[in-house]
Structures are given as structure tokens and as C-alpha cells.
Design a protein around this ligand. Structure first.
Ligand code: FES
Ligand SMILES: [Fe+2]
Length: 412
């Protein structure tokens, strides 16, 4: 699966985490590889091995100076492409410098994020045309935080419509967190009918909930390979998340929200930056490597600040923040859930579909077939749909709203 993921670009940092030329490097781990990112004197970004190819000292402690990262142990220096540009410990006529490289990956900047390509292609594919990455900076807000579980547990939470009616539900008298954003059926119909449509980018699925005898609430949510989601709501700003594996049991979560047509207001930006409340941390992974990332102030070590009185009287979980409600569930499954102990039911159809699709892509790759989605950037230009309709049939509903899903027109 790691080989498969390396065929895709991944947003690994926010641009705002690496603004300073010749500033301190930032530590990250992506797909199990320890890396540092730095912005050089000319503003170019390098993402290189976290350890020096000489004797493996940590590159985080290095001097970022004059278009390169200079290892402070013995002064070897590397540029953003990984070339060794200084090796002061060797004789002046040595050719050793030309034969040593530090591992480095291609980087692009889009959507307020820095993307890396760790794959086998000499010419990387085009970045996926996700709408949130294509709008002007003022129309978008992005944030990044760590989550302590396997990426697939989080992805499955995104495409599990049924949980919304339970995990996020208010109790009588409590505040409906989705008031005005989603149709109330999301709370009142806890057993939605799911239909899946396989697509070039992954799949989209419709969750149909009954409003009245001749009206349905349709929520069409995308899963875009390998780990993107688009979450429907009645209005923009609207968004989703990218779940980028740090390693098998940690995720760097990129959260995005955007409006296709106008800048976001200060309130819209502020609310998305502060809920859930996150704080920058130097996070020590279990094997000792430290990464620079933010973390939800509610986490497993403080039981997500669960309030049992709130759980008795106001909402289902006693956890005050919707996003953290999700995190608590997917982290509580363990670092990697033991799926042999699961009992999947009717509303888990999308979870099963995503697993099957990813496994098929991994098996295809073993047989020499590259993932088509990784090369099909256009396919990613779609929108989630939240729409009340008399249409009961998913294919017919999608025909009717195809232009909406493709981002061509706004729903009416
Ligand atoms: S370990 Fe980096 S220069 Fe020696
Ligand atoms: Fe949720």
C-alpha cells in the first residue's frame, strides 16, 4: 500500500509553516520516511532525508544558509535538489562530493500546502485538480494537525454517513451542531440508504434520508484516492480533509474549506482555525523521531475532555467539538484496528467499497498496472452535493445533479 501511495502527490505541510528563507528546517515523517523541509535563500523549497548521508546526523539542527542546508557535524552542505554542494572535510581535488546525494523529493506549492511526490516517475504527474487548491488564497482556509491512528480508520469515518445521526446528534434541548448547514433529516433518519458510484478518482456515494413521503435529503460525498474527502453541506464554505499517513499509526490531517466565488470572511476563517482548538507541538513519535505539527488540545491522554454531565443532558458524546468526536472514535479503535474482530453491517457499504478499491489498486500495482487516478488530475475536479429532491433513485438523482457535482453550476 505504501508503494501505491507513492504514486500520488501528498500535501505534507502548510505553506505558512515554511515561510522564512534561510529559516529553521521543519521536521516531518511521510509514509514512514523521516524528512526535513527547508526554504532556501532564493525561496525554493527542499524536502530531504532527515539524516545526513555522511554519518547520519539529524538535518533539523543544520544551518540553512546561502542556498543550502549545511550539516553542523562536519559541514557537508546540500541544496534543495539533494546535491552535495560543499564537503569541506575532503581534499580540495576530491570527486567524492559529486558522488554523494541526500535523498530529496520534488515539491510543489498549491492550495496553501506544500506537496511532495515520492513516486517512481521521472516526470511526476500533474497535481490533482481539487477545487479547494484552485481558488485564490483569500477564498480558502487550511489547517494541519496530528491524529493518532491509521489513516484508513479516519478515511472510513469520512465516508460513513450513518454515524452522523448518532455520534454528532444533540439530545433533546441540546444544540444541533448542523443547524442550517445540513437538512434536519441527518439527525432524524439514522439509517440512511447508501448507493455507490465508482468513478475515475475513487467513488462517490449518495446517502438518502427520508424527509416526507415524497421528499428525500441526498448527501453525495466523495472519496478521492488515496485519502481525500469532500463533505457536502447546503452552502459554501464547504470542505473536507486529506489524511496523509505519517506512518502506520499516525496521520497528518490537512483540513480545508473554501468558497468557489468569494473570499472567506474573517469569522469563517477564524471558526475553522479554532475548532477544534489546536496548538503547535514538537511531537515525539514512539520510535523517538520528533516532528513539528499541531495537535488537538483534546486528545486521548485527557479523554478528549469528555464531560459526562453534557453527555447525560445535551449531546450524545459529552465531547463538545464535532471534529473531536470523530477523532475520539477513530483513535479509540487503536493504532491499527483489528478488522478480524469487526462485524460490518448495511451502512458500512462505503467502508467496504473503499477497502476493496484500495486493495485492488495495490494488487494491480503488484501486477504492473499503475493507478490511473494518480495520472488523472482532471477527475478530481468535483463537488459534494447536499440537496433535497423528490428523486428516490441514485443514478437518476446524479443525472439530474451531474453539473452540480462537477462544479459547473450551483444547486438551486
Ligand atoms: S554527519 Fe553530516 S557532515 Fe558529517
Ligand atoms: Fe463525523
Amino acid at each position: 500500500m505504501g508503494e501505491l501511495f507513492r504514486h500520488f502527490w501528498h500535501p505534507v505541510l502548510l505553506s505558512e509553516e515554511l515561510t522564512e528563507r534561510d529559516g529553521p528546517p521543519v521536521r516531518l515523517r511521510v509514509l514512514g520516511e523521516d524528512l526535513v523541509a527547508f526554504r532556501d535563500t532564493q525561496g525554493k523549497i527542499g524536502v530531504v532525508d532527515a539524516r545526513c548521508p555522511h554519518r547520519r546526523a539529524g538535518m533539523f539542527f543544520d544551518r540553512n544558509e546561502d542556498c543550502g542546508l549545511r550539516c553542523v557535524y562536519h559541514g557537508w552542505k546540500f541544496d534543495v535538489h539533494g546535491h552535495c554542494v560543499a564537503m569541506p572535510t575532503e581534499p580540495a581535488d576530491s570527486t567524492f562530493k559529486g558522488r554523494v546525494k541526500i535523498k530529496s523529493y520534488p515539491v510543489r506549492e498549491a492550495g496553501g500546502c506544500l506537496w511532495v511526490y515520492m513516486g517512481p516517475r521521472e516526470q511526476p504527474p500533474v497535481l490533482p485538480h481539487l477545487e479547494w487548491t484552485l481558488v485564490p488564497e483569500s477564498h480558502r482556509v487550511v489547517s494541519r494537525r496530528i491524529q493518532e491512528c491509521n489513516y484508513m480508520q479516519a478515511v472510513e469515518g469520512e465516508i460513513d454517513s450513518a454515524h452522523v445521526s448518532w455520534l454528532h446528534a444533540p439530545l433533546k434541548g441540546g444544540n444541533n451542531p448542523f443547524q442550517g448547514r445540513f437538512n434536519n433529516a441527518i439527525i432524524t433518519d439514522g439509517a440512511p440508504t447508501l448507493s455507490i458510484r465508482e468513478t475515475d478518482y475513487g467513488f462517490c456515494y449518495g446517502a438518502r434520508r427520508q424527509i416526507s413521503s415524497d421528499e428525500y435529503d441526498w448527501r453525495v460525498t466523495q472519496w478521492l484516492a488515496p485519502t481525500y474527502s469532500l463533505i457536502p453541506s447546503k452552502d459554501f464554505p464547504r470542505g473536507g480533509r486529506a489524511w496523509i499517513p505519517i506512518d502506520d499509526s499516525h496521520i497528518s490531517v490537512i483540513r480545508y474549506a473554501y468558497h468557489p466565488d468569494r473570499p472567506l470572511t474573517a469569522d469563517e476563517v477564524q471558526s475553522r482555525k479554532t475548532t477544534p482548538a489546536i496548538e503547535p507541538v514538537t511531537y515525539r513519535l514512539p520510535d523517538g523521531y520528533v516532528i513539528d505539527i499541531s495537535r488537538d488540545v483534546r486528545h486521548a491522554n485527557n479523554d478528549y475532555l469528555i464531560d459526562r454531565e453534557m453527555q447525560r443532558t445535551r449531546n450524545y458524546t459529552g465531547i463538545g467539538v464535532v471534529r473531536t468526536q470523530d477523532t475520539s472514535m477513530t483513535e479509540s479503535m487503536g493504532g491499527i484496528v483489528d478488522r478480524s474482530e469487526e462485524h460490518l453491517g448495511t451502512t458500512d457499504a462505503t467502508v467496504i467499497a473503499a477497502r476493496r478499491r484500495l486493495l485492488k489498486m495495490a494488487r494491480d500495482l503488484q501486477a504492473g498496472i499503475e493507478p490511473a487516478a494518480a495520472m488523472n488530475s482532471e477527475a478530481y475536479n468535483v463537488r459534494a452535493v447536499d440537496q433535497v429532491s423528490p428523486e428516490a433513485d441514485f443514478p437518476r438523482f446524479m443525472d439530474r445533479y451531474a453539473d452540480v457535482a462537477l462544479g459547473k453550476v450551483e444547486a438551486v
